[in-house]
Design a protein around this ligand. Structure first.
Ligand SMILES: C/C(=C\CNc1ncnc2c1ncn2[C@@H]1O[C@H](COP(=O)(O)O)[C@@H](O)[C@H]1O)CO
Length: 244
């Protein structure tokens, strides 16, 4: 009876493959299509997590700063993001952004110029993106979910500047993780009261009224125009965390 093990799998009779796995690896160059298959993608996802964890494991206390990629250089929120980056760095926090332009670039600039650790977690996009020039530690991701894991795992709080759907995605992911107690003691500060108030009013007037969220969910969002308050909230959370 024909019989063979293909790794852990027993094959007998007419189920026996010709050749061996090593032979197939070494004997031919093969076709390239397999790199686009899901099993291979899983290895790439795994590699992104490993690279991200490796790059950030010793970062120390860090705050993520989010906000629009599209804010022009003279937009006042850019100046505020730069101040937040600088002040967080002065207080000993690493600053993590998406590594892109706009508010991200300003926060990285503030952190880098203050001598802090300025981190950019970039994402492969259909158009040219890359990391802004103020990123001093950069990791570029293929997969959004792997990148998002890094923000939440290595930041102890979020400061969120006005932004579009990308910023809302990051904000509501954090809020969901806090609500479901996947992350704890995690301040979320929204800078730009005039920009965010409409959203918070809708959440209160529509979501809270319909019972789809609780008052405590709204209480988790801190709204301010004062960048010093944003920084102070992060410092307080760090101090409270260190007493536990
Ligand atoms: C729009 C342009 C470039 C976009 N490049 C980005 N690079 C890195 N991270 C990005 C980029 N765009 C969005 N993000 C992430 O989403 C948030 C901002 O998205 P929004 O829709 O602009 O609010 C941001 O925090 C990033 O994490 C060319 O100008």
């Amino acid at each position: 009876m024909r019989s063979k093990f293909k790794g852990p799998i027993l094959q007998r009779r007419n189920q026996v493959d010709p050749g061996t796995t090593d032979q197939r690896l070494l004997d031919s160059r093969g076709e390239g299509n397999w790199v686009h298959t899901d099993p291979w993608r899983v290895l790439r996802m795994q590699a992104e997590l490993v690279e991200g964890f490796g790059a950030l494991a010793e970062l120390g206390p860090a705050i993520a700063v989010f906000g629009s990629a599209r804010l022009a250089a003279d937009n006042p929120w850019r100046a505020a993001a730069e101040t937040v980056g600088r002040r967080l760095a002065e207080e000993g926090f690493a600053v993590i952004t998406g590594g892109g332009p706009g508010a991200m670039e300003s926060a990285n600039k503030g952190a880098s110029e203050a001598g802090g650790v300025s981190v950019g977690l970039g994402i492969e996009l259909p158009w040219e993106s890359g990391l802004n020039e103020w990123v001093d530690v950069g990791v570029n991701f293929r997969y959004f979910f792997a990148r998002k894991t890094m923000f939440v795992k290595y930041a102890q709080g979020f400061v969120v500047f006005p932004g579009g759907v990308g910023t809302l995605d990051e904000l509501f992911e954090a809020l969901t993780l806090v609500q479901t107690e996947k992350i704890t003691d995690f301040p979320i500060v929204l800078v730009g009261a005039s920009y965010w108030r409409g959203l918070l009013d809708w959440m209160r007037g529509t979501q809270l009224a319909a019972g789809t969220i609780s008052e405590v969910d709204l209480d988790r969002l801190i709204l301010t125009d004062d960048v010093e308050e944003a920084v102070a909230r992060m410092i307080t959370a760090r101090e409270e965390g260190s007493h536990r």
